[in-house]
Write a protein of this length. Structure first.
Lengths: 120, 107
């Protein structure tokens, strides 16, 4: 059974940093493209970033480019999102997800989400 | 960037109704469109990808159609479990834009 467990969220001040983690199990993590999607409170979905299985290809939304870094440790079956220079508008629930084969953005398995609040 | 719109934003319907949601892209995305269902407090669930391909395990009452810039999600006979918010998402370009969502609630 595919399982994705998001963690690392919390309250952080504007300008601060946070690292999200996503522990994966039940599938071949090292060959799977992974993605992060976020959802601000009461709002719609926003794709954030995606990474290929070998970390050779990464994509970022314009809203986070230069501030967020996606990475993975295939030996630990874990996906990460390093978030720097956080802004109030980054407040959201962040979901990690596994994408369908051959896609960087279509997610067929999702974590439960981890909430990030950026506030002073 | 490709912008996605959905209509209606809210839809009131009854169990057994046929429901259609429309998604439009600001430029052609071929058939690179997916549909998700999301319930309050839960992660989204993939329903359809490549405009009309049903994800494994999704009931056959869900169907998708369209290409280019206009797409539809149809629920042939609305069930109690289907009251939720539905999002479309384009993946023609790597900026994987979502639509704003359509909430289906009980009439």
């Amino acid at each position: 059974e595919v399982q994705l467990l998001d963690s690392g969220g919390g309250l952080v001040q504007p300008g601060g940093s946070l690292r999200l983690s996503c522990a994966a199990s039940g599938f071949s993590f090292s060959t799977s493209t992974m993605t992060w999607v976020r959802q601000a409170p009461g709002k719609g979905l926003e794709w954030v970033s995606s990474i290929s299985g070998n970390s050779g290809t990464t994509y970022y939304a314009d809203s986070v480019k230069g501030r967020f870094t996606i990475s993975r440790d295939n030996s630990k079956n874990t996906l990460y999102l390093q978030m720097n220079s956080l802004r109030a508008e980054d407040t959201a629930t962040y979901y990690c997800a596994k994408t369908i084969s051959g896609s960087y953005g279509i997610a067929n398995y999702w974590g439960q989400g981890t909430r990030v609040t950026v506030s002073s | 960037d490709i912008q996605m719109t959905q209509s209606p934003s809210t839809l009131s319907a009854s169990v057994g109704d046929r429901v259609t949601i429309t998604c439009r892209a600001s430029q052609s995305i071929s058939r690179w469109l997916a549909w998700y269902q999301q319930k309050p407090g839960k992660a989204p669930k993939l329903l359809i990808y490549e405009a009309s391909r049903l994800e494994s395990g999704v009931p056959s009452r869900f169907s998708g159609s369209g290409s280019g810039t206009e797409f539809t999600l149809t629920i042939s006979s609305l069930q109690p479990d289907d009251f939720a918010t539905y999002f479309c998402q384009q993946y023609n370009t790597y900026l994987f834009t979502f639509g704003p969502g359509t909430k289906v609630d009980i009439k």
